[in-house]
Design a binder for this molecule. Structure first.
Ligand code: DMJ
Length: 933
C-alpha cells in the first residue's frame, strides 16, 4: 500500500511501471475520498479541528521524543516511569521482548522517518548525524532477526529513503552521502548468517558480532521460528538489494517466502504460527491473522505492490481466500486449526490482528474491514485501549497494552478509503486516551493493566515509529506534507520505502524456482483494486450502514464463541453441544458426550474428569465435535481460574508534579477494605513508619495518623503489619517488596494473604508494590516530601486530578516542569535504606485443576476441583461471565500460612502459568490430531 491511498501501484518520480489498472483505480479512490470528506453531514470535522488535532499529535510526539533523547539516548528505549534509558543487561530480563534491544539506539533509528513525516526536517538532520556518529552495529549481543530487520534495517532504509528525497529537493541534507544505506548494508550482512539453514528459513536470533554458528555466538540452537518472523523480510531485504545493487539480500528473503509457501497446509491454504526451520514441519498448527503470522500476509501483498511480482499477489490472494473462508467470522477474526479449519483454535483474539482491516483496505475488501474495525473500536471504548488479548465476548484475556499502533494504522487506512469523518473522531478518541491514561511526566508509559489503568515502565520504539505517523497522517492534508506520501509504501513498522524501487536493480529472478503454479488459475486472483466510486455509489453513508448493525456488539450482546456449525445449520439438525451449555445432570448431554467419545470419570476425591478418546466416537464428525467440546471446556476452566483471582489494584500518585499521571500496579490484599467495593478509593499523604517493617507497635504514630503508611515487606505476616499501622491511625498501607530490583514488569503479581485468623478487624486498605514501583514513591518523597497517593481498583481520571491540584502553574509550564522535576527525582534516590533480614519469594501454585489427566496420545482429559467448574458434582456448567465489567470479585480463597518464613503470601496463579498451561493443552490437541491424521 502506498502511504495514503488504500490500493495503489508504484510509479512515483521514476516513472510508471504498472501493467495492471492499480494506479488509475487508486486515483479513483483518492478522488472519491476527497469528495466524501468534503460532503456536508452530521459529524463532519471542521478544518480547524483537524488542524488542532494534528498539532496535538506533534506536541505529543515532542513529549515522547524529547524525553527519549534527553533521558535515554543512546540507550535503546526510554523507561518513562523511572525516566532513564533501558540498557539490556542492566535491567532484569523481560525474556524475548528484550531481543529487540541491540544497544544500537533502537528508538532513534526507528524514529528517523517519522521526523520527516511530521515535518521536523531540522531534527531529522540532527538525528541522522547522531546515528552516523554514535551507532555501533557490531555489538556482541544476541538480537531477534525479525525485530532487527523491521525496526533497525527498516529504520535505516526509511531514513535513507527520505534523506535522498530531501537532498533532491535541494534544501536539507545536502551533505548526505548514503551513510545510512552503508549502515543498512553492514547490518544486512550481519543478519545473513541467520539464513544458514537447509530450508532457507532464518534462525530467530543472531549475534550481531559473531553470527549464529560461531562458538561465542550464544545462539543457533533454536529449531523453531514464527511464520511472521521468517516471512517479514522481503520489503527491507529487497529494498536493500535494489538500493545497493547487491542481490543477495532479496534472494534470501525470497527463498524463505518460497519455503513457507511450499509448506502451507494444502487443503486449507493456511499456515501455522510456528515452523521448524530445519524440517519445515508446523510446530504450532493454529492459524490466525494476529500474533506470529500477521506480517507474513502483509508482506506478500506489499511485496507485490513494491516489486510488481505477480507470484506474491497470487499467494496473497490464495491465503486471503482461506482467511475469509475460515478465520473471518465477522466482525471477529478467530484462530482455527490448519488441518481442521472449521475448528476454532481458541475463543480469544490478540491485539496484533488490529492491523488486518488496514490490509483489507489495501486488498480492496472494505466491508469486513469496517466490521472488524468497528468491533475493535468498541473494545477500546470499553477499556480505553485494546488489551493484548480479549475473548469473543469481549472480556479482557490479557490486560497489558504496550501502546501498539495497529488500530491507529487501520483507522488511517479506513479513513483514506471511505473519507468518512467518523474515522477522524476515532482518531481523536485515541489521542485523548493516550494523553489521559498513558502520558506521564517523562514520556508515554505502556499500560500494565487496562482494567486498573496502571502503567509499565516501558515505551517501545514502535510507538514513535508508527503511532505518531499514522495519527499525524490521519489529520494531515496534502498541503501539510513536504512530500507526497503516495510515492511510498509502509513497511510493517511504518517505515517508508519509495515505490520507484520496483524498476531499479531488478537483478533477482522473479520466477519462483521451487513452485509451479499449475494448480492455480486466474480465478484465484483478484487483480483489481477497489474503486471507491464503485464501492460507494452515490452513498457517502456506505461505511456507516455497515457499522450500524454492530453498534452495540460489545456492550449489549454476549457473543460467546460463534459456532460455524450453529450458523450454517440454521433450522437443520441440532447444533453440537457446547461446553458452556453442558450440564452433567442432563442425561441427554451425557448421551451426546458418549457419542463424541467423551467419558465422565468420577474420581474418589470428588473431582470429575473428562476424557476423550476419538476412536470411541460414533463418527469422525462426532469426534471433531468432541475435540471442540474438550477444547472449550479447557478454556472455560482456564477463564474461571483467572477470574478467581483478585484483580490487581492501582496506586496513583496524585500530588504535584505527578497529578495522577503515574499509576503503579499493586497487588491486592485478601483482608482489609475491598477497594472494588469502595470505588472512590482511599486518598492520603504517605508516611514511612518506624519500625519500617511494621512488625511491632509503630513508634512514630504522629507521622502516620491519617496517612497512608509505607512499610517494608518481610519479618512478619502482612495482616500483622496492617493491624499495627491501623492502631497507629493510618488510613491505608502500602507494603514495598524488599527484593531489590523486583518489579511487576518481570514478576507475577500476587495477593497478600491473611494470617489464618479472622481478619475482619482490619478495615483499612492494604496494597503491595514491588521494589521498583515502591521506589518510585520513595524517590518522590525524597524530592517533594509531601506525596499524596490514591489507592483504588482503577486509576481515576487524570483530568479530575488536574482540576483539584494546586493551580499555581499554568498548564503549559507545568508540563515542562513535570518532566524536569520527575527526572531529577529519579536520579537522586537510591535503594530503600532498610534491608529485610529474611528473603521471601512469591509463591505460585500450579493450576492443578487444568492439567490434562490422561496423557494418552489419542485422548485428552481435563479435571476440575472446584464445585462450580463444569462437570463437577453433577452441577450445571457455569455461566461464563457475560457481564458488564471484567472484575467479578469472587469469594476469596484464603490459604492459611503456617510457616511464616517461606509461605507468607497466598498462592495465586499468574497469567503466565495459565498461558503455559493453555499451550500444553493445545499441544495435547495437536498430538491427538496428528494421531488421527
Ligand atoms: C510492530 O513492531 C510491527 O508492526 C510488527 O509487525 C508487529 N507489531 C509491532 C507493534 O505492535
Amino acid at each position: 500500500m502506498s502511504g495514503a491511498a488504500g490500493c495503489q501501484g508504484g510509479g512515483g518520480d521514476r516513472g510508471p511501471r504498472w501493467r495492471r489498472p492499480w494506479k488509475l483505480l487508486a486515483l479513483g479512490l483518492l478522488s472519491a475520498s476527497s469528495v466524501l470528506a468534503a460532503a456536508p453531514g452530521a459529524g463532519a470535522m471542521s478544518k480547524e479541528e483537524k488542524r488542532r488535532l494534528g498539532n496535538q499529535v506533534l506536541e505529543m510526539f515532542d513529549h515522547a521524543y524529547s524525553n527519549y533523547m534527553e533521558h535515554a539516548y543512546p540507550a535503546d528505549e526510554l523507561m518513562p516511569l523511572t525516566c532513564r534509558g533501558r540498557v539490556r543487561g542492566q535491567e532484569p530480563s523481560r525474556g524475548d521482548v528484550d531481543d529487540a534491544l541491540g544497544k544500537f539506539s533502537l528508538t532513534l533509528i526507528d524514529t528517523l522517518d517519522t521526523l520527516v513525516v511530521l515535518n521536523k526536517t531540522k531534527e531529522f538532520e540532527e538525528a541522522v548525524k547522531k546515528v552516523i556518529k554514535d551507532v555501533n552495529l557490531d555489538n556482541d549481543i544476541v538480537v531477534s532477526v525479525f525485530e532487527t530487520n523491521i525496526r533497525v534495517l527498516g529504520g535505516l532504509l526509511g531514513g535513507h529513503s527520505v534523506a535522498i528525497m530531501l537532498k533532491e529537493k535541494g534544501e536539507y541534507m545536502q551533505w548526505y552521502n548514503g551513510e545510512l544505506l552503508q549502515m543498512a548494508k553492514e547490518l544486512g550482512y550481519k543478519l545473513l548468517p541467520a539464513f544458514n539453514t537447509t530450508s532457507g528459513l532464518p534462525y530467530p536470533r543472531v549475534n550481531l558480532k559473531f553470527g549464529v554458528r560461531h562458538p561465542e555466538a550464544r545462539t543457533g540452537t533454536e529449531t523453531d521460528t514464527c511464520t511472521a518472523c521468517a516471512g517479514t523480510l522481503i520489503l527491507e531485504f529487497a529494498a536493500l538489494s535494489r538500493f545497493t545493487g547487491t542481490s543477495i539480500f532479496e534472494e534470501y528473503a525470497r527463498k524463505a517466502l518460497d519455503f513457507i509457501w511450499e509448506k502451507r497446509q494444502r487443503s486449507s491454504n493456511l499456515v501455522g504460527v510456528t515452523i521448524n526451520i530445519h524440517t519445515g514441519d508446523w510446530v504450532r498448527k493454529d492459524s490466525g491473522v494476529g500474533a506470529g503470522i500477521d506480517s507474513y500476509y502483509e508482506y506478500l501483498l506489499k511485496a507485490y505492490v513494491l516489486l510488481g511480482d505477480d507470484s506474491f499477489l497470487e499467494r496473497f490472494n490464495t491465503h486471503y481466500d482461506a482467511i475469509m473462508r475460515y478465520i473471518s467470522q465477522p466482525p471477529l477474526l478467530l484462530d482455527v486449526h490448519i488441518h481442521k479449519p472449521m475448528l476454532n483454535a481458541r475463543t480469544w483474539m490478540d491485539s496484533l490482528l488490529a492491523f488486518f482491516p488496514g490490509l483489507q483496505v489495501l486488498k480492496g475488501d472494505i466491508r469486513p474491514a469496517i466490521e472488524t474495525h468497528e468491533m475493535l473500536y468498541q473494545v477500546i471504548k470499553k477499556h480505553n485501549f485494546l488489551p493484548e488479548a480479549f475473548t469473543t465476548d469481549f472480556r479482557v484475556h490479557w490486560a497489558q497494552h504496550p501502546l501498539r499502533p495497529e488500530f491507529a494504522e487501520s483507522t488511517y487506512f479506513l479513513y483514506k478509503a471511505t473519507g468518512d469523518p467518523y474515522y477522524l473522531e476515532v482518531g481523536k478518541t485515541l489521542i485523548e486516551n493516550l494523553n489521559k491514561y498513558a502520558r506521564v511526566p517523562c514520556g508515554f508509559a505502556a499500560m500494565k493493566d487496562v482494567r486498573t489503568g496502571s502503567h509499565e515502565d516501558r515505551m517501545d520504539s514502535f510507538f514513535l515509529a508508527e503511532m505518531f505517523k499514522y495519527l499525524y497522517l490521519l489529520f494531515a492534508d496534502k498541503e501539510d506534507m513536504i512530500f507526497d506520501i503516495e510515492d511510498y509504501i509502509f513497511t510493517t513498522e511504518a517505515h517508508l520505502l519509495p515505490l520507484w524501487l520496483s524498476t531499479t536493480n531488478q537483478t533477482v529472478s522473479k520466477k519462483n524456482t521451487t513452485t509451479e503454479y499449475t494448480e492455480l488459475d486466474d480465478s484465484n486472483f483478484d487483480w483489481t483494486c477497489p474503486n471507491t466510486q464503485i464501492l460507494f455509489p452515490n452513498d457517502p453513508m456506505f461505511a456507516q450502514s455497515i457499522r450500524e448493525p454492530l453498534k452495540n456488539v460489545v456492550d449489549k450482546s454476549c457473543p460467546r464463541g460463534i459456532s460455524r456449525a450453529e450458523e450454517s445449520l440454521g433450522s437443520g439438525p441440532k447444533p453440537p453441544l457446547r461446553a458452556r451449555d453442558f450440564m452433567a445432570s442432563n442425561p441427554e448431554h451425557l448421551e451426546i458426550l458418549k457419542k463424541m467419545g467423551v467419558s465422565l470419570i468420577h474420581l474418589k476425591d470428588g473431582r470429575v474428569q473428562l476424557v476423550q478418546h476419538a476412536v470411541q466416537a460414533a463418527s469422525s464428525l462426532d469426534a471433531e465435535d468432541g475435540l471442540r467440546f474438550m477444547q472449550e471446556m479447557i478454556e472455560l476452566s482456564s477463564q474461571q481460574q483467572k477470574e478467581q483471582q483478585l484483580p490487581p489494584r492501582a496506586v496513583q500518585i496524585v500530588s504535584h508534579p505527578f497529578f495522577g499521571r503515574v499509576v503503579l500496579t499493586a497487588g491486592p490484599a485478601q483482608f482489609g477494605m475491598d477497594l472494588s467495593k469502595h470505588k472512590a478509593g482511599t486518598r492520603g499523604f504517605v508516611a514511612t513508619i518506624k519500625p519500617y517493617n511494621g512488625c511491632s507497635e509503630i513508634t512514630n504514630p504522629e507521622a502516620v495518623k491519617e496517612k497512608i503508611a509505607l512499610m517494608q515487606r518481610g519479618q512478619c505476616m502482612f495482616a500483622e503489619k496492617a493491624r499495627n499501622i491501623q492502631k497507629a491511625g493510618a488510613i491505608g498501607g502500602i507494603v514495598i517488596d524488599d527484593n531489590e530490583g523486583s518489579s511487576s514488569d518481570t514478576a507475577p503479581l500476587f495477593q497478600m494473604a491473611g494470617d489464618g485468623k479472622n481478619t475482619d478487624d482490619i478495615t483499612i486498605p492494604m496494597l503491595f508494590l514491588f521494589n521498583k514501583e515502591g521506589n518510585i514513591i520513595l524517590d518522590a518523597i525524597r524530592e517533594y516530601e509531601a506525596v499524596e497517593v490514591l489507592l483504588s481498583d482503577k486509576a481515576k481520571d487524570r483530568d479530575l486530578e488536574m482540576e483539584s491540584m494546586d493551580q499555581k502553574l499554568s498548564e503549559n509550564d507545568s508540563h515542562k516542569q513535570n518532566s524536569e522535576e520527575a527526572t531529577s527525582a529519579s536520579q537522586d534516590v537510591g535503594a530503600v535504606s532498610e534491608e529485610s533480614e529474611e528473603g521471601e519469594s512469591s509463591d505460585v501454585t500450579d493450576p492443578e485443576s487444568l492439567s490434562p489427566a490422561d496423557a494418552d496420545s489419542d485422548s485428552i482429559s481435563i479435571s476440575n476441583q472446584d464445585s462450580s467448574v463444569p462437570g463437577t458434582n453433577e452441577a450445571s456448567a457455569p455461566e461464563p461471565a457475560c457481564t458488564q465489567g471484567d472484575h467479578q470479585p469472587q469469594e476469596q480463597k484464603t490459604e492459611t500460612e503456617s510457616n511464616s518464613k517461606v509461605n507468607w503470601d497466598n498462592k495465586v496463579q499468574p497469567m503466565e502459568s495459565i498461558l503455559a498451561d493453555w499451550n500444553e493443552d493445545i499441544e495435547a490437541f495437536e498430538m491427538m490430531e496428528k494421531d488421527e491424521l
